[in-house]
Write a protein that binds this ligand. Structure first.
Ligand code: UD1
Ligand code: CA
Length: 452
């Protein structure tokens, strides 16, 4: 049987107090809905239908290119009504997995187990046992068999004591949904069309109700307010931190690292406190990352050190490099092995050769530096004339004196030397010394003005 997924995401999320639709709020930098879609993809769903209502445009725009099928629910008349809006799109022979855009951490393994329990003559519910079941639909059993789900507001005193609750996630054949959903009524305490009422219809039709439970209750935790959003964020980050430690990284504090994307680590990495990793990052063995670093889509090869407060974006750092503290490597920075980028240095589209050093207070943009180049403190590549970006090329072994301006396009030859304070506007040949600065003049006996 093919699996089709229906994700309910039409609710307003009033308690978020936000202009953003609830399912767009991020966990680890990705909208909650994105996490649910990923889980649906992981179980190879044939189609993923998303029921949207409040803020529908914001949701569909954000996921415009993700091949999702959109279903609009103009008025939120309950979970049964929401699923019913998707009925015309469902293939009769498929089984349908119902997920929620605000239950982001559901695990594909759990969904696979649930789907295995759903067939032509059975449907499957994901339930969990809670010490405090308040607010949830209760799972009513007779002789161990599930016979109904009763909502908090419709429950009797005895039913309220039941601790097994409905997570809302279920798997049921499209054929059964087609026959049951049109028969739902809104004659209940909330005046809504409850999806949960299909359970009694299933029982009446002799369809067996199977039950699975998630590996941890975090998987079925919904988000209604920003406190719950934060609880899930912290749980998620804790899981990522454990994975890193299992791969051989030491974390100064497993509670003070945030991974918003994917991070792979080699053995014996050390990551100090308050580092953030975004997008796809990769760090090799024996890499040391100091406190407060932010890495976005960057790679750091083995044996390199990124010192405190450095920011790397779309950067590639070779083996044995030394970066920071307070370095900013912007997109297109590529450091060959053993390069050094020191404090208050900004690089952009800069290829820096082996063993080259830019140790202090520099801007190196649109540049190609050979091997063993030394760039003195305060050196700036003037790469922009207000309209065009131009390139600076510096050959192997060149020495650029402090406070040099390199007015691009310009090149400095191999083993050439530039005197401190120079403004270099034309190419410097290999091995030459270039000095381009006002000549010093000393005036002897000069008297400073004095105050009257
Ligand atoms: C639902 C279940 C309850 C379960 C609980 C788990 C029903 C009737 N009850 O209750 O048994 O314990 O979830 O959290 O199903 N939604 C729509 N359109 C609608 C109504 C809801 O898209 O018309 C979406 C909401 O955005 C939300 C989800 O469905 O993400 C659940 O709706 P909600 O009203 O919160 O259901 P509960 O009352 O919590
Ligand atoms: Ca809810």
């Amino acid at each position: 049987m093919k699996t089709e997924v229906v994700i309910l995401a039409a609710g307003k999320g009033t308690r978020m107090r936000s202009g953003l639709p609830k399912v767009m709020h991020p966990i680890a930098g990705k909208p909650m809905l994105g996490h649910v879609v990923d889980a649906a993809r992981a179980i190879n769903a044939a189609n993923i239908h998303v029921v949207v209502g409040h803020g529908a445009d914001q949701v569909t725009d954000a996921f415009a290119d993700s091949g999702l099928s959109w279903v609009e629910q103009l008025e939120q008349k309950g979970t049964g009504h929401a699923v019913a809006q998707a009925l015309p799109k469902l293939v009769e022979s498929s089984r349908v997995l119902i997920l929620y855009g605000d239950v982001p951490l559901i695990a594909p393994d759990t969904l696979a187990r649930l789907l295995d329990l759903c067939g032509d003559t059975s449907m499957a519910l994901l339930t969990t046992d809670l010490n405090d079941p308040t607010g949830y639909g209760r799972i009513v059993r007779e002789f161990d068999k599930v016979v109904a789900i009763v909502e908090q507001k419709d429950a009797s005193r005895d039913q309220l004591a039941i601790q097994e609750v409905n997570t809302g996630i279920m798997a049921v054949s499209a054929r059964h949904l087609n026959s049951w959903l049109p028969k739902l009524s809104s004659d209940n305490a909330q005046g809504e069309y409850y999806l949960t009422d299909i359970i009694t219809m299933a029982v009446a039709d002799g369809v067996s109700i199977e039950v699975a439970q998630p590996a941890t209750s975090w998987e079925v935790q919904g988000v209604n307010n920003r406190m719950q959003l934060n609880e899930l964020e912290r749980y998620y980050q804790q899981c990522r931190a454990k994975e890193l430690m299992a791969s051989g990284a030491t974390l100064a504090d497993a509670a003070r690292i945030d991974i918003r994307g994917s991070l792979t680590v080699g053995e014996d990495c050390y990551i100090d406190v308050n580092c953030v990793f975004e997008g796809q990052c990769e760090i090799g063995a024996n890499v040391h990352i100091g406190p407060n670093c932010v890495l976005t889509n960057s790679t750091v090869a083995s044996g390199s050190t990124i010192k405190a407060n450095s920011v790397l974006e779309d950067a590639v750092v070779g083996e044995g490099c030394d970066v920071g503290p307070f370095a900013r490597l912007r997109p297109g920075t590529v450091l060959a092995s053993n390069a050094k980028i020191g404090n208050f240095v900004e690089t952009k589209k800069a290829v820096v050769g082996q063993g080259s050093k830019v140790n202090h207070l520099s801007y190196i943009g649109d540049s190609e530096l050979g091997d063993n180049v030394n760039v003195g403190a305060g050196t700036i590549t003037c790469n922009y004339d207000g309209v065009n970006k131009s390139k600076t090329v510096i050959g192997d072994g060149a020495f650029i004196g402090s406070n040099t301006s390199l007015v691009a396009p310009v090149s400095v030859g191999k083993n050439a030397t530039v005197g401190a304070g120079s403004t270099i506007t034309s190419d410097v040949p290999d091995e030459d010394l270039a000095v381009a600065r006002g000549k010093q003049r000393n005036i002897s006996g000069w008297k400073r003005p004095t105050k009257k």
